[in-house]
Design a protein around this ligand. Structure first.
Ligand code: SF4
Ligand SMILES: [Zn+2]
Length: 319
């Protein structure tokens, strides 16, 4: 039993050394083939406590890399409480420093409070949108602060296939041009290059790996997950995969082949400016995090009463 009585039970998957070796070597080859980083890099690994980042930490350690970890706590109740306990345990067991960035310390509020405040004032934003925008910005800033040359993410093959299909079906090719095993198509010293060593490892294999190794991982879903369209695509690809093997792998390989062309085509869309408020890289005048936080602050400002106005009495007159 975990935080707030969360059920941590997981079914056993019998240990298979060949399988473990195969995944380890896929990750090793991805790092080498795409030159994601080398032992001279200062590596910061973004972790959540979930299966992907936990497996990633273990594999990087076994490949002999030195690195530190960073986690953003959005305070999503028992879910993030449990994940935080798990990732602390994992980092301690492999002797890796963990940087924790709690939403409440940075923004004075949890993700749920920020999202509700924005939505009660008519913004209609999904949890994952708010979470993703703020999280990405915090991770990039912390990576810069610690002098990291690479920010390592736990995205897997399923994430990559889903993201490409979502952009394709929404006709947002310019977003796909920013994806890939490594980011950095927008060259700017303010943006730490993000790299994805699990890019060619399927989600089901990561789950099996994690269970075989008996890692401290909670396999349940985030209760705030609102990625309706992504979930649709995920279900669709899983269904297809049952009949046509390697569908996801084929999508990702197709994307990787077309990526240079796509980047060339979308070059014009990637011109970056600097946010007039915080100075971070953005495509418009104000970056997304500043715009969200500005609204959040505006909506949480206490109402000011002018001298001419009288504040309403706190007492109720019940006659
Ligand atoms: S599922 Fe969405 S809300 Fe939950 S942690 Fe991930 S991005 Fe944040
Ligand atoms: Zn800004």
């Amino acid at each position: 039993m975990g935080a707030c009585g969360i059920q941590l039970y997981q079914e056993n998957v019998s240990y298979d050394q060949n399988f473990i070796d195969k995944i380890d070597s896929t990750v090793k080859n991805t790092i080498e083939q795409y030159q994601l980083f080398n032992k001279d890099d200062k590596i910061l690994v973004a972790v959540s406590g979930g299966k992907d980042s936990t497996v990633l930490v273990h594999i990087l350690k076994s490949l002999g890399y030195s690195f530190e970890c960073v986690t953003v706590d959005a305070h999503i109740g028992c879910y993030t409480e449990q994940n935080l306990l798990n990732i602390r345990k994992m980092c301690a067991s492999v002797n890796v420093k963990l940087h924790e960035i709690p939403f409440r310390e940075v923004f004075g509020a949890s993700l749920c409070y920020i999202r509700d405040t924005l939505n009660e004032n008519g913004l209609n934003l999904k949890s994952c949108t708010v979470c993703g925008v703020l999280r990405r910005s915090l991770l990039n800033k912390r990576a810069r602060e610690v002098g990291a040359t690479k920010l390592v993410m736990g995205h897997n093959l399923d994430d990559a296939a889903q993201a490409f299909m979502m952009n394709l079906l929404k006709n947002k090719n310019n977003l796909s041009a920013r994806m890939g095993v490594t980011t950095g198509v927008v060259k700017n010293s303010l943006l730490v290059t993000r790299v994805k060593p699990l890019y060619l490892v399927a989600e089901k294999d990561i789950v099996d790996y994690s269970k075989m190794m008996d890692f401290p991982v909670y396999y349940g879903k985030c209760p705030c997950s609102t990625e309706g369209f992504r979930n649709h695509i995920k279900d669709l690809l899983n269904e297809l995969e049952k009949v046509h093997h390697n569908v996801k792998e084929n999508i990702v390989n197709y994307f990787l082949k077309k990526m240079p062309l796509l980047q060339e085509k979308c070059k014009g869309d990637m011109i970056n400016n600097f946010c007039i408020q915080c100075g971070e890289v953005t495509t418009g005048e104000l970056c997304r995090p500043c715009s969200l936080l500005q609204d959040f602050k505006r909506f949480t400002q206490p109402i000011q009463f002018s001298a001419a106005q009288e504040a309403p009495s706190a007492e109720l007159n019940i006659s």
